[in-house]
Design a protein around this ligand. Structure first.
Ligand SMILES: NC(=O)c1ccc[n+]([C@@H]2O[C@H](COP(=O)([O-])OP(=O)(O)OC[C@H]3O[C@@H](n4cnc5c(N)ncnc54)[C@H](OP(=O)(O)O)[C@@H]3O)[C@@H](O)[C@H]2O)c1
Length: 243
């Protein structure tokens, strides 16, 4: 039996991913802040074929609650998998006006998920199987004027996931880093961004990446090539650009 705990289950990107897992008959644990929304999602997943669905109150900033959830995960029967969609992206101008917001951005996008995964790592190591999916962003590939604090947090998370992959890969646990370009969700509401993907397409890409054990997955695929070019732009030129 495949167990999936999904952190940030209410995320626009997580929803179609959950639907896919439900159709596959997985046992789901939906973790998030909005219990009412989680209950609605749980009903939908059950109707679509999930073997079992449980909702779990979860806040990435509440580290004191992590150990109890880790114990619960350690007790699950079958293969344990995790996907983390948690993230926040305040306007860069709001962060520039109040730099104290940096702590929250770094907690939500990097250190919160990293703390949870570091507590889970020994459990996964002992099991010797399973998949961890961590959602970062193309924003982590280069510091841009428009969202460099969010980008820095995602870059930190990507580097963390790379090390975790190195650590857990040799124990039979696969860690996949997902780097979405712009996706049509609540996070990008009202924004006009290039090559916007649908969350359904992202979910399909993630399922495919899990199947073929991708290490780093750019979604939509075009972002792999776009970021290759953006990373290659020399700093003296890049610093004058507003992309
Ligand atoms: N949309 C994009 O263009 C895009 C591009 C690249 C990467 N990403 C990343 O993709 C992931 C999913 O984002 P999305 O686009 O699906 O946006 P979203 O719908 O806003 O999802 C963000 C998720 O994070 C959860 N969350 C925020 N703060 C939390 C906290 N303190 N504790 C627990 N959960 C918390 C939200 O829960 P609530 O429902 O309770 O608010 C929500 O489930 C994020 O990591 C985001 O940074 C998004």
């Amino acid at each position: 039996m495949q167990n999936w705990i999904v952190l940030g289950a209410t995320s626009g990107m997580a929803r179609p991913f959950l639907r896919r897992l439900a159709i596959d008959g997985a046992r789901l644990m939906l973790a998030g802040r909005d219990m009412e929304e989680l209950e609605t999602l749980a009903k939908d997943c059950k109707l679509r074929g999930a073997a079992e669905v449980e909702v779990i109150a979860f806040n990435i900033r509440d580290t004191a609650a992590f150990p109890a959830l880790i114990d619960k995960l350690a007790a699950t029967q079958g293969v344990l998998n995790l996907a983390c969609f948690v993230g926040t992206m305040p306007e860069q101008s709001a962060i520039d006006a109040d730099p104290m917001l940096i702590d929250e951005v770094v907690t939500d996008n990097f250190t919160g998920p990293a703390k949870f995964l570091s507590l889970l790592a020994p459990v996964m190591e002992a099991r010797g199987e399973g998949v961890i999916v961590g959602v970062g962003s193309v924003a982590g590939d280069r510091g841009r004027v428009g969202n460099y604090v969010y980008g820095a947090a995602k870059a930190g998370f990507a580097t963390y996931l790379s090390g975790l992959r190195n650590r857990l890969g040799r124990k039979g646990v696969h860690v996949m880093t997902v780097k979405p370009g712009p996706v049509e969700t609540r996070m990008t509401e009202g924004m006009k961004l290039p090559f916007m993907a649908k969350p359904e397409q992202v979910a399909e890409d993630i399922m495919g990446g899990i199947e073929r054990r991708a290490n780093v997955l750019y979604t939509a695929r075009i972002w792999y090539f776009i970021m290759m070019v953006i990373r290659a732009i020399p700093e003296p030129i890049f610093k004058k650009m507003s992309i």
